[in-house]
Ligand binder design. Structure first.
Ligand code: ATP
Ligand code: MG
Length: 581
C-alpha cells in the first residue's frame, strides 16, 4: 500500500539498495561491516560523541549545519558540526575541572535547548555516563533516578532548580549542579552551583576525548514506567553501531535530509534518534523547544522543509484528532518519509497518514533496553498496516513459548524474544543485576511483549505480557481491541484491560476518549459497543465501555493500562513518576 513516489522510484540514492532484497541482505549482514563505516578515536578507543560529531571534522561535513533549534518565542539558532565540536570540548573541560572522570554519572534535567545537546555530548566526551531526565519530571521522579544512579553532577536550569533544591539533601553523591541560564532569568549561584555560561567562557575549546572502549558505559535511560517502576537501562559506546546503521537504513537518512525527531532526549528515542543516529550519519536535524502544538508542528515542517520525520502514535492520534483541515493549511510536500515508534500504531493511523500526507507512517518497534530499532517497516517495502514490520538484518527475533524453549508455530501468539548480543543492547539494569539476568533465557532476550509472526515474516504486536487478557482460556491482546475501537469516528484513543469475572476468569473492559465534536452519552457508548462487537469475536468484544476525558499516559505518551486497571479494581497505583499530568 505504500507506493514509492516518483522521486523515490527513480533515484537509487534515495533508497538503501540492499534492503530491496531483504532475505539476501539478512544473509550477508554483519555488524562488523557497519563498524568499518565508522571510525575509532585517534588512540583506538570508541566514543559515541566522537562518532556523532568530531569524526565529521575531517570531512566536508565540518561546516554543515548539524542542529537547527526552534526556540520558544520565535528564536532560532543554528550550529555546525564544528561549532558543536568546540562547545562540547569546552563542556567536557568544565566537567573535568569539577573532578568528573570516566564512569561517573552526570545527569541532565533541562528543556530542549541547544545546551542540553551540548551537555549530553560533552558528558560522553569526558567518558562519564550521561543520564538525561525529562524536564517535566517532578521532585520524586528526579530524586529516585539521581539516587539510584549515584549521579555526581547535574546540569539543570534556574527554572527547575526549586525541584532540585527540594531533594538535594537526600542525594549524598550529588556534588555539583551546573546551571544553564538560557533565558537569562535573575539568578545567583548558591553553594555547589556553577554557572554554565561563566564556566564555558573560561574553558578551553581543545579537548582530547576520553579513550573509552566499546564496552564502557556511555548513556543510561530510565524506561517509560508503563508497566511498573522505571528501570535504569545502561548502554555502552558500542551502541553507536546500532544507532548509525538503523538511522541510515530504517530511517533512510541521507546527506541532504532535514530530519526531525519529536522525542525528548529524556526518553531513549530522543537520544538514539534525536542525537546519535542522525549526527553519526552527518545529517542536519531540527529540535523544537516547544511541546506538541498541532499548527506549530506543521509550520515547522513547512518552514524547514523537513524531509524525514520520526514521531509517536500518541502524537499521530492527536494530529488525527485535529484532522485533515489542519493539514490542508500547510505545505507539507517536503516530507518524503515518516516513521513512528513507542506504542502500537493502529492501522487506522497508517491509512489516515497515506490519505492526508500522501505517504504513510512506517511503524517500527524497539525498547529502551534494545538501544536501537529492532523490527521495522522499511522504506522500500510494502507496509502492512497494523504490523511493526520485520527484524532489522542484524537482528534475530522469534515468538517463543511460555518456557522459552521452542518457537511458536507461524501465526500463533507468544513471547517476543531477541537473540543476543547485538551492539546497542543494554548491558545492565542499574543496581538491578538480578532483574537483568532474569530477562535472558536459553539464548534469548525476553522483551516482555507478546506478538505473533505471519507467513511473510512480519511481526504483529499483541500486547505487553502483563496486559494480555484471559477470557475463559482465550488470550485477548489489548491492541487488537483498541485498534477496532479507534476505527469508530468518535473514538480518539482507547485503552483496554481485563477485569475479573466469576464465570469467564476475565472480561474485556474498554476506556475511550472522544474526538473533538463528540459528546459522551449512553447512546454513543452503545453505538461504539455495537460497532466493535461486529468487528471482533465474542471473547474480545468489550463487555463494558467507559468514556473518559483523557486516558492516563506516561510523559512519553504511552497509555498506562496498569493504572486503568488499578483504578478500576481499587488497587494501589504503584509508581506514577512518569504519569502525564
Ligand atoms: P517500562 O519498561 O518501564 O514498563 P516501557 O516498556 O513503556 O516502560 P520503553 O522502553 O520506552 O518503556 O518502551 C518500549 C515498549 O514500548 C516496548 O516493549 C513495547 O511494549 C512498546 N512499543 C514500542 N514501539 C512499539 C511498536 N512499534 N509497536 C508496539 N509496541 C511498541
Ligand atoms: Mg519496558
Amino acid at each position: 500500500m505504500d507506493e514509492l513516489r516518483d522521486d523515490q522510484k527513480n533515484n537509487d540514492f534515495r533508497v538503501p539498495p540492499n534492503l530491496s532484497d531483504y532475505e539476501k541482505t539478512r544473509s550477508e549482514f554483519r555488524w562488523e561491516d557497519i563498524h568499518e563505516e565508522l571510525d575509532f578515536l585517534p588512540g583506538g578507543g570508541l566514543n559515541l560523541a566522537y562518532e556523532a560529531i568530531d569524526r565529521h571534522l575531517k570531512t566536508d561535513k565540518k561546516d554543515k549545519v548539524a542542529l537547527i533549534w526552534d526556540g520558544k518565542g520565535k528564536v532560532e539558532e543554528k550550529y555546525t558540526f564544528a561549532d558543536l565540536s568546540l562547545l562540547t570540548n569546552q563542556f567536557a573541560n568544565v566537567l573535568n575541572s569539577l573532578g568528573v572522570s570516566k564512569g561517573d554519572r552526570v545527569f541532565t534535567y533541562l528543556d530542549r535547548v541547544p545546551e542540553l545537546y551540548i551537555s549530553i555530548i560533552g558528558i560522553v566526551k569526558a567518558g562519564a555516563v550521561v543520564g538525561p531526565l525529562f524536564s517535566a519530571f517532578g521532585t520524586e521522579a528526579i530524586k529516585d533516578r539521581l539516587l539510584d544512579s549515584g549521579a555526581k553532577v547535574l546540569v539543570t536550569c534556574p527554572e527547575l532548580l526549586h525541584n532540585v533544591d527540594a531533594v538535594k539533601a537526600d542525594l549524598p553523591a550529588l556534588e555539583k549542579i551546573i546551571v544553564v541560564n538560557k533565558h537569562n532569568v535573575p539568578y545567583t549561584p548558591k553553594e555547589n552551583e556553577i554557572s554554565y555560561e561563566q564556566a564555558m567562557s573560561e574553558a578551553s575549546t581543545e579537548y582530547e576525548i576520553c579513550q573509552t572502549t566499546k564496552e564502557d558505559y556511555s548513556i543510561m535511560h530510565y524506561t517509560s514506567g508503563t508497566t511498573g517502576k522505571p528501570k535504569g537501562a545502561a548502554h555502552v559506546h558500542e551502541a553507536i553501531v546500532g544507532h548509525y546503521a538503523t538511522a541510515k537504513y530504517v530511517l533512510d537518512l541521507h546527506a541532504d535530509d532535514i530530519y526531525w525527531c519529536t522525542a525528548d532526549p529524556g526518553w531513549v528515542t530522543g537520544t538514539s534518534y534525536g542525537i546519535f543516529g542522525p549526527w553519526s550519519n552527518g545529517v542536519t536535524q531540527l529540535v523544537s523547544e516547544q511541546g506538541f502544538v498541532v499548527s506549530h508542528w506543521y509550520d515547522l515542517i513547512t518552514k524547514y522543509r523537513v524531509t524525514v520525520w520520526y514521531t509517536a502514535p500518541t502524537a499521530i492520534r492527536m494530529l488525527m484528532k485535529y484532522g485533515e483541515k489542519e493539514v490542508k493549511k500547510h505545505d507539507l510536500s517536503s516530507l518524503r518519509y515518516i516513521n513512528s515508534v513507542g506504542e502500537p500504531l493502529n492501522p487506522e493511523a497508517v491509512t489516515w497518514s497515506k490519505d492526508v500526507f500522501g505517504i504513510a507512517f512506517h511503524d517500527n518497534w524497539w525498547q529502551t533496553e534494545t538501544g536501537c530499532i529492532q523490527i521495522a517497516n522499511y522504506p522500500i517495502q510494502d507496509i502492512k498496516p497494523g504490523s511493526m514490520g520485520r527484524p532489522f538484518p542484524g537482528v534475530t527475533a522469534a515468538i517463543m513459548n511460555d518456557d522459552f524453549s521452542q518457537a511458536m508455530p507461524c501465526g500463533e501468539e507468544g513471547h517476543l524474544c531477541l537473540k543476543y548480543p547485538w551492539p546497542s543492547m543494554f548491558r545492565t539494569y542499574w543496581n538491578k543485576k538480578e532483574l537483568y539476568d532474569s530477562r535472558f533465557k536459553n539464548g534469548w532476550y525476553i522483551t516482555g511483549d507478546k506478538a505473533r509472526q505471519d507467513a511473510d515474516g512480519y511481526f504483529h504486536f499483541v500486547g505487553r505480557a502483563d496486559d494480555v487478557i484471559n477470557v475463559a482460556g482465550h488470550l485477548v491482546g489489548p491492541f487488537e481491541v483498541e485498534s477496532a475501537l479507534v476505527e469508530h469516528p468518535a473514538v480518539a484513543e482507547a485503552g483496554v484491560i481485563g477485569v475479573p469475572d466469576p464465570l469467564r476468569m476475565e472480561v474485556v473492559k474498554a476506556f475511550v476518549s472522544l474526538r473533538d465534536g463528540f459528546e459522551a452519552s449512553p447512546h454513543l457508548k452503545l453505538e461504539i459497543k455495537k460497532f466493535v462487537t461486529e468487528k471482533l469475536d465474542a471473547n474480545s468484544a468489550p463487555k463494558d465501555i467507559e468514556i473518559l476525558p483523557t486516558l492516563p499516559k506516561t510523559r512519553s505518551g504511552k497509555i498506562m493500562r496498569r493504572l486503568l486497571k488499578a483504578r478500576e479494581l481499587g488497587l494501589p497505583e504503584g509508581d506514577t513518576s512518569t504519569l502525564e499530568e
